[in-house]
Design a protein around this ligand. Structure first.
Ligand code: HEC
Ligand code: HEC
Length: 111
């Protein structure tokens, strides 16, 4: 009885350490800067005017393959404002970004 309890405790501890480790090292979406360019009422295509791959501040190559910005990026106060029905890919978004689309090994190209 004591043995199995110890084993359970061991398994639980190892799992907890692994979960906490993954949680703290996984890339977290940075919050939006608190300026006029980053209001969450904007369209995603507006965001891409600056964050497209040829723009002034392109997204990193390990960025998730999605364009529904507000599902992940919180405002400066930590609030999340997901837009229901926001498309996962918008014109000028990751499917048009050769570096991000390249992550799919060429399958990301549009027909
Ligand atoms: C007028 C150009 C412009 C527009 C429009 C714009 N951004 Fe940015 N964005 C920037 C610049 C420049 C930075 C980096 C400088 C800074 O932190 O202020 C930045 C930073 C960011 C960051 C990173 C913040 C950090 O701490 O690393 C995120 C996330 C982001 N923008 C998302 C968005 C989203 C989502 C939209 C649409 C609502 C958007 N941006 C619209 C220019 C723009
Ligand atoms: C599925 C969640 C998700 C969505 C949707 C998303 N992002 Fe991100 N974004 C992230 C994560 C995670 C990172 C951090 C990536 C890293 O550091 O490797 C990031 C990083 C960024 C950065 C880099 C910030 C810096 O400090 O350099 C910018 C800019 C950015 N995102 C803009 C956008 C814009 C614009 C959109 C919408 C067109 C968008 N993101 C949609 C999760 C997301």
């Amino acid at each position: 009885m004591l043995r199995s309890k110890r084993l359970a405790l061991y398994v639980l501890t190892v799992t907890a350490v692994a979960v906490v480790g993954l949680w703290t090292t996984a890339a977290k979406p940075p919050r939006l800067p608190a300026d006029r360019d980053h209001g969450f009422e904007q369209a995603e295509t507006r965001c891409l005017q600056c964050h497209v791959h040829t723009g002034a501040h392109p997204r990193p190559t390990d960025h998730p393959l999605r364009d529904d910005c507000f599902s992940c990026h919180r405002d400066a106060h930590g609030g999340l404002h997901p837009r229901p029905g926001a498309p996962l890919s918008v014109p000028g978004g990751w499917q048009d970004d050769p570096r991000l689309a390249g992550k799919l090994g060429g399958r990301g190209k549009r027909p």
